[in-house]
Design a protein around this ligand. Sequence first.
Ligand code: HSE
Length: 313
Amino acid sequence: MNREISVFAPATVSNVACGFDVMGFAVNEPGDIATVRQIDEPGVFLINVSGDDGRLPREPSKNTAGIAVIEFLKRINAPGGIEIELHKKMPLGSGLGSSAASAVAAVFAANILFDKPLSRNELLPLVLEAEKAACGTAHADNAAPALLGGFILIRSYNPLDTISLAVPDELICTILHPALEIRTEYARKILSDKIFLKDAVTQWGNIGGLVAGLLKKDYELIGRSLQDVIAEPLRAKLIPGFSEIKKAAMSAGALGCSISGSGPAIFALSKSKSTANNVGQSMKDACEKKGINSSIYISEINNEGPRVISQKE
Ligand code: HSE
């Protein structure tokens, strides 16, 4: 029997308001599961994809899970090949890092099958190749937290420099996922290439404030810093009821609230689980008032990242 391993990789909240393309964190759910198997035949074979209503590419070279594993086999110059089964357990086009979760689950599992020739940091560029194919840019703010776990700052892309930020224990994330879809590629196209200096000043002040707030465990500072004057104003229009949902989250006691990645998911951070639950209910009510169904996920920051859920030798 060939070795087989199944890995779960988590959804991620990227941008985290002020950190467009440079900040993200992992949550406990939802996420994707990839089962990979070592085979003698060279190449990568995507033998089953479930949970996507047949919408994702079945060709390994076009599917993020397949691309990351193809890059992995090239990188380690592997003999033989890999079969992948991908089980989508999260919505597509949600702003929750669905493409990154699939790629991370598959490549993390493949690396274990080959007895870990690469470190997690060395796997990251392989996942970024997959992200580039999925949405046109190799943004790392979903891929890095999905792979490394925790709250990640991407200090630089060239060279790639990721920093793990410790988070206070009581920081809880509420995610509202309205039953809508937004393609990341489109949500990036509507952004402006240029920004005003005054907006840049606001944004980098908040990024510094957010990092300081996390490290100092200063919840008020975290809340004050969760502001985005660059992407949110342009993308909010794509999410019906965004301002009402954000208001509902803030009135229920959230520290801050913004769009998760390119949306339509909206995240809020709270101090304590009970506040996060109330925030979730209020956001859901506000969304339903607009006639849109939604799902809520509540989670602490997931420091583990991908996890093995089963293994056969
Ligand atoms: N930082 C990326 C964006 C994340 O906002 O376009 C995409 O999920």
